[in-house]
Design a protein around this ligand. Structure first.
Ligand SMILES: Nc1nc2c(c(=O)[nH]1)N[C@H]1C(S)=C(S)[C@@H](COP(=O)(O)OP(=O)(O)OC[C@H]3O[C@@H](n4cnc5c(=O)[nH]c(N)nc54)[C@H](O)[C@@H]3O)O[C@H]1N2
Ligand SMILES: Nc1nc2c(c(=O)[nH]1)N[C@H]1C(S)=C(S)[C@@H](COP(=O)(O)OP(=O)(O)OC[C@H]3O[C@@H](n4cnc5c(=O)[nH]c(N)nc54)[C@H](O)[C@@H]3O)O[C@H]1N2
Ligand code: SF4
Ligand SMILES: [Mo]
Length: 698
């Protein structure tokens, strides 16, 4: 008999609703759920591949232990005993900080992991906590922490009601949106244009999104903070600052004005590559649009001035009168409100901790992953001796991943919770296999907090978990019990979710797990509404426009662009990253459906640059940075600016792993070139874009 199952796709941030037809354990079709009020039937090719991960014969289905003869299957009891024994031995011999954790991206897409990781990490009592956040969106959190008092109080562009969308360093037509959950972005973007609005993209590459936008500005990598400063400057100069309902809430306006007046459009034009007249017109258009919003993403956050970029994006939206207001940048009021649950309002500010070796800042309860390798390699009190990775592949996803990979040899013990043997997990002594995609219960705690509408949806597991695997949360609960010595309290993702929904902001209107179960297509809770005054988490209930951390960092920006002669000639090109539609980061490459077809892992280079170097389209070249080199095929295209080259992220998996399909199309890892020493000094986030490289013929 054919059955129908409804759930959200949990691969990327878009939360698309799926309609899955199946018979027994056989999937017959995976389509967009037209009755999902939020995604309205939209999906991308990755959703269909959920079945490939479920059926994948290369996926781990038993715990494995490393031996001289490779990995061998062991029982869960033996695996958990071994992990407990080894972790405790390291703690006893070297102290709690000798055990480190690295949490990868899929944790944020999995209800059980979201709810059970915090306790597990706490049970380890270690300061050495790392995650993919510091190769991603950490600057967003740092900006929110200083401006609004909570790192999870994150503004989202209200794209369904805006008349002007400025996108800086994001490519939502391919990524399907990030820090902005907006399924079917293409349709929503077209709607802006159809109602007479305008979309402008600022990117060193004419991206898929830029092609469909009304205007595109090429910008030199890492100069976005200068552009934003100039835009804000024009608002002051022309008296276009309108705080509207926030005027009583904002502090630091005068200080801000004083500190940024240096950065006029004329001063930044050469540096950014955008003519001053164009910057002035952009400011004018955004100031005069009825509703306008600036949205900045990966290109703005994973660069040397990520913290400044995200701060200035918020400042621009606030001063332009488009903050906490329809059509501008707004805040969600999710049914499961992580801000409310983790509020520290009224408590004294804690000093920002510094990492042991490089003294990098620790935000958000963790240190930057760019320094994980230093903490493993550098001897002394607090040196990392054991590593626990949960749904992460830092060898391919963090800067100079190969150095990190080599450092694993020095560990006394490594354990990974994962679904594959890959570049990272192949170094683990024990791998604990987790259930995936179609086997898990899902409610998007993180992305319901970043949605362009307030929505709520619960997806039950489609299939019982495969024999031999456990849910991540079950593994985490078992490990927490063993490490802490306290028995598990019997809670499950569902019981915790139900509790949070009942006591959340919509609890009074009868919100509960049961209510969600009665609505398998999800519940639309309406458009975002102004709510910042109520949700602010600063101790003085104000929005801080000019915190000293940002003003101080302006000095670093000025020094970089106006005081020092750059002599970057040793590395004449700036390398940036990109995403491809048919893969998600490093882990979807074992799906034949997603990996087949033309080579997607090419180095884009402007035809003039290629011509000057005597390189032909399709030729194999060597790309070399301070830390490493790769060989890759050239894609000669005028979609990239001169002096800049682009390589996709996420490739390079396959060889010497359990991923046999991926091994047939490995590509190269961009993080064999990115540099762990290049960071945004303010936030500690990795500067993955703008890496200096040389390109030469083979
Ligand atoms: N140069 C460069 N580097 C980048 C980026 C870039 O743009 N450029 N992007 C960065 C960004 S935004 C991110 S988010 C990071 C991602 O960095 P990571 O999170 O480290 O990498 P992923 O590829 O997401 O790895 C996910 C891992 O989880 C496993 N996995 C998948 N599903 C499950 C599950 O349900 N349970 C468990 N236990 N394991 C699972 C996979 O097998 C894989 O090992 O990469 C970053 N790195
Ligand atoms: N298909 C697909 N979708 C995904 C993912 C995936 O791997 N594949 N990953 C998911 C994840 S984990 C994330 S975090 C999101 C990311 O979502 P996005 O941020 O939308 O995705 P990216 O493609 O990384 O976009 C970064 C853009 O910044 C540009 N850029 C690089 N350097 C600079 C710079 O200095 N200034 C400016 N202005 N632009 C610059 C790049 O050319 C690129 O177009 O995507 C998510 N969705
Ligand atoms: S856009 Fe993202 S959430 Fe939607 S189907 Fe594709 S991978 Fe899944
Ligand atoms: Mo990400």
């Amino acid at each position: 008999m054919t059955n129908t199952h409804y759930r959200n796709c949990n691969i990327c941030e878009a939360m698309c609703g799926l309609e899955i037809k199946y018979e027994g354990n056989n999937i017959l079709s995976i389509k967009g759920d037209k009755k999902d009020p939020f995604s309205r039937g939209h999906i991308c090719p990755k959703a269909v591949a959920l079945q490939d991960f479920y059926y994948d014969k290369d996926r781990l289905r038993h715990p494995v232990k490393k031996t001289k003869n490779g990995f061998v299957e062991i029982s869960w009891e033996e695996a958990l005993d071994l992990v407990e024994e080894k972790i405790k031995a390291v703690q006893t011999k070297h102290g709690n900080n000798a055990v480190a954790t690295y949490l990868g991206n899929p944790n944020v897409h999995n209800l059980g992991n979201q709810l059970f990781l915090p306790n597990f990490v706490r049970s380890l009592k270690t300061k050495n906590r790392y995650s993919a956040s510091s190769v991603d969106q950490l600057p967003h959190h740092v900006a929110s922490k200083y401006m609004f008092g909570h790192s999870l109080l994150l503004p989202v562009p209200d794209i369904d009601r805006t008349d002007f969308l400025l996108i800086i360093g994001g490519n939502p037509l391919v990524s399907n949106g990030s820090m902005m959950t907006s399924p079917d972005f293409a349709k929503r973007m077209r709607a802006i244009q159809e109602r007479g609005g305008k979309v402008v993209v600022v990117d060193p590459r004419r991206t898929e999104t830029a092609e469909k936008a009304d205007e595109h500005f090429f910008i030199k990598p890492e100069t976005d903070a200068l552009l934003l400063l100039a835009l804000i400057n024009v608002l002051f100069e022309k008296n276009w600052v309108h705080l509207r309902h926030l005027s009583g809430l904002v502090v630091g306006l005068e200080e801000l004005k004083e500190n940024i007046q240096f950065y006029t459009p004329e001063k930044v034009a050469d540096k950014t590559g955008i003519p001053s007249g164009k910057i002035r017109v952009l400011a004018d258009e955004m100031a005069s649009a009825e509703r306008a919003v600036c949205y900045s993403r990966m290109g703005a956050s994973t660069q040397s001035f990520g913290g400044l970029c995200l701060w200035l994006t918020n400042v621009f939206n606030i001063l332009n009168g488009n903050f906490d207001r329809a059509g501008g940048a707004m805040f969600t009021l999710p049914a499961f409100d992580a801000v409310q649950i983790s509020s520290k309002k009224g408590k004294p500010e804690k000093e920002i901790p510094r990492s042991r070796v490089r003294k990098l800042p620790g935000y958000y309860g963790e240190f930057p992953v760019a320094t994980l390798v230093d903490e493993i390699e550098t001897t002394g009190d607090g040196q990392i001796k054991a590593l626990i990775t949960v749904a992460g592949n830092p060898v391919l996803s963090t800067p100079n991943g190969r150095r990190l990979e080599r450092s694993f040899e020095r560990l006394d013990f490594m354990v990974s919770l994962d679904i594959y043997i890959n570049e990272t997990t192949r170094h683990a002594d024990v791998i604990l296999p987790a259930a995936t995609g179609l086997e898990i219960p899902q409610y998007d705690v993180a992305f319901s907090n970043l949605s362009i509408r307030n929505t709520a949806k619960y997806s039950p597991p489609l299939f019982e978990k495969e024999e031999g695997v456990k849910h991540d949360w079950e593994i985490l609960a078992a490990l927490t019990e063993r490490i802490s010595g306290k028995p598990h309290d019997g809670s499950t993702p569902e019981t915790v979710l139900d509790f949070a929904l009942r006591f959340g902001p919509h609890g009074k209107s009868g919100f509960s797990l049961k209510k969600l179960q009665e609505h398998p297509h999800g519940i639309d809770l309406g458009a975002l509404t102004p709510c910042l005054a109520k949700r602010l988490q600063t101790n003085d209930d104000k929005i801080h426009l000019a915190d000293a951390v940002f003003l101080n960092d302006l000095q670093r920006l000025k020094k970089t662009f106006f005081n020092e002669n750059s002599n970057e000639k040793a590395f004449p090109f700036q390398l940036i990253g990109r995403r491809v539609l048919r893969h998600h980061n490093t882990w979807t490459h074992n799906s034949h459906r997603l990996s087949k077809g033309r080579n997607q892992c090419t180095l884009m280079m402007h035809p003039m640059d290629a011509g000057n170097l005597g390189i032909e389209n399709g030729e194999l070249v060597v790309v070399k940075s301070r830390v490493g080199e790769v060989q890759v095929e050239i894609e000669s295209t005028d979609k990239i600016m001169q002096g800049v080259v682009s390589l996709p992220q996420g490739f390079g998996s396959g060889k010497n792993t359990g991923m046999t399909v991926a091994a047939a199309h490995p590509g190269v890892s961009i993080n064999d070139l990115t540099d762990e020493l290049r960071i945004d000094e303010l936030t500690g986030n990795a500067a993955l874009n703008g890496v200096g490289v040389v390109v030469r013929c083979l």
